[in-house]
Design a protein around this ligand. Structure first.
Ligand code: UN1
Length: 506
């Protein structure tokens, strides 16, 4: 193997796109390319449109509650038609939505496009799911002389609290799931990205979702607390940190009145386990994309590469070479791989974490270039112990922990010890090893010999367990189960004559 001759720490130039598909996005009709190009390096002067209007929380809940019976009553098909119309409008307004994703969230063009696509996918998928699950009563077998019918309905007012890292896709996914089931929605997007949410809501209204059925409340944790603690709220969907999910859980538990479900999708400390049989080129591409795409600001992102020493000797110079080719900069340029992180707090946290690592870990390589403003150069550190990071570091810092050939189980134990269970990557060409790891780990999404980000709606339902969330996963066949409430009608058909009773039940 020619790689064996390379000195440790050398750098091999990467022969292909770091994030495949990037150049395919050329020629996009963006809303205002001149404005995008004007983004300055520090992004201190992002040309942001004014803040959208916000509904007062208590009034929003009252109006949503009043609108609920009619919205729930129009039926799944009528609602699905509106969501599908919204999907068409999102596609039509793709350029404006991408523009906002770039200027408000610092997304690269590739990520901005993926964001719009995922939102459209959620709208269409949940529309189809609601037809499947809520479209007609499900007859269930029963004793002779009885008929049993199971139906699903909205719960009432659903509060949806979404994060800044998928300001359109996750916002739209939560709202679409809740609306599809017949709930009215009060949505609180992340404080950093209200404009994207407002644009989504505007398009949903244009598609025909009634004004009273969907409300947007812009604000921080205080606004979230008012919504969650309100006695008229029937369900909460939340994506964000594990700590905030706990606070919401406590607030819901402390309320008098109905028991309110929480659908929480939270953090992860995600590992990729690589053995010496893995294919190095594939590992490299998947590590680069999983750890550094979107500036590592995905809860699915790779944080810790646990790699057998023999494989690491080959991969290290490749990883170093690839990192040195990463272009960090203006997200509005197609040549950019990694844009800015979300805000000043994020950048400070990353620098603090890097300073801690500088003390006890070896820097393998980092992307070139200055680090003004909100830019943070992606980097990898080799750590001596076979351990996982202690906390979720939400950015482009990769921990690499090499293991000896007798330490596969120690690597698995380290992954399990985090208590999180969101994503896991496995790279191996030995089926027994893959099955061994699968049998001993419990995470929501396992990716074998591929990248561990970018779950596809409808194909790869996304979400974790343990400290990573409650489920059900987003974009899967069970997603709507907790947004809806089940209703079972059991009829004594013998008592009144079968047909009459059956009609009465429908
Ligand atoms: C998140 O980052 O908050 O698979 C979750 C993926 C995305 C992750 C979304 N669906 O990369």
């Amino acid at each position: 193997d020619p790689l064996d001759d390379l000195p440790r720490g050398g750098a091999i130039p990467l022969p292909r796109d770091l994030f495949p598909g990037r150049r395919n996005s050329a020629g996009l009709d963006l809303a205002d390319p001149a404005e995008l190009m004007a983004l300055d390096q520090s992004l201190g002067n992002r040309p942001l449109p004014p803040l959208p209007a916000s509904d007062p929380p208590t009034q929003a809940i009252a109006q949503a509650l009043a609108a609920f019976p009619a919205w729930d009553g129009i039926g799944a098909d009528a609602r699905a038609v509106l969501l599908e119309r919204a999907a068409d409008l999102f596609e039509e307004h793709r350029a404006a939505l991408m523009h906002l994703a770039i200027v408000e969230a610092g997304k690269t063009i590739t990520d901005a496009l993926a964001e719009v696509r995922e939102a459209v996918d959620f709208l269409r998928f949940y529309a189809a799911e609601s037809r499947r699950l809520l479209g007609a009563a499900t007859p269930l077998p029963g004793p002779v002389g009885e008929r049993n019918l199971l139906t699903l309905h909205g719960r009432g007012v659903f509060v949806c609290i979404s994060p800044w890292n998928f300001p359109l896709a996750i916002f739209t996914g939560q709202v679409a799931a809740a609306l599809a089931c017949g709930n009215c929605v009060v949505a609180k997007p992340a404080q950093q990205t209200p404009r994207m949410a407002a644009e989504a809501v505007r398009l949903l209204y244009r598609a025909g979702v009634p004004r009273d059925v969907l409300h947007l409340c812009i604000g921080g944790p205080d606004t979230g607390a008012v919504l969650v603690e309100h006695p008229d709220v029937a369900g909460v969907a939340f994506t964000g940190s594990t700590a905030t999910a706990r606070r919401i859980h406590r607030a819901l538990a402390a309320k008098d009145g109905p028991i309110v479900p929480l659908i929480a999708e939270t953090g992860g400390i995600n590992a990729m386990i690589v053995d010496s049989s893995a294919q190095p080129d594939q590992v490299l591409i998947d590590v680069m994309e999983s750890a550094f795409r979107s500036a590592g600001q995905r809860c699915s992102a790779l944080r810790a590469l646990l790699i057998q020493r023999e494989a690491w000797v080959k991969l290290e110079p490749m990883l170093a070479g690839a990192l040195r080719e990463v272009v960090v900069g203006n997200p509005a340029l197609l040549s950019t791989d990694v844009g800015p992180v979300i805000d000043g707090e994020a950048i400070e946290r990353l620098h603090a974490h890097a300073r801690r690592l500088d003390g006890h870990a070896r820097l393998v390589a980092r992307a070139p270039g200055g680090e003004g403003g909100l830019f943070f150069a992606p980097r990898a550190y080799e750590i001596a112990e076979l351990t996982m990071p202690e906390s979720e570091v939400f950015g482009p810092i990769l921990h690499v922990a090499p293991w000896r050939s007798d330490q596969l189980d120690a690597a698995i134990d380290a992954v399990n010890a985090t208590g999180y269970g969101l994503t896991l990557g496995i790279h191996s060409r030995v089926d027994a090893t893959i099955n061994h790891i699968l049998a001993r780990t419990r995470v929501g999404n396992v990716y074998v010999n591929r990248s561990m980000i970018g779950a596809v709606v409808g194909s790869q339902p996304f979400g974790g367990r343990g400290l990573s969330g409650t489920g059900p996963k987003a974009g899967g066949p069970n997603s709507l189960s907790r947004y809806a409430t089940e209703h079972c009608v059991s009829i004594n058909t013998a008592a009144l004559g079968g047909d009459a009773a059956l009609l009465a039940a429908q």
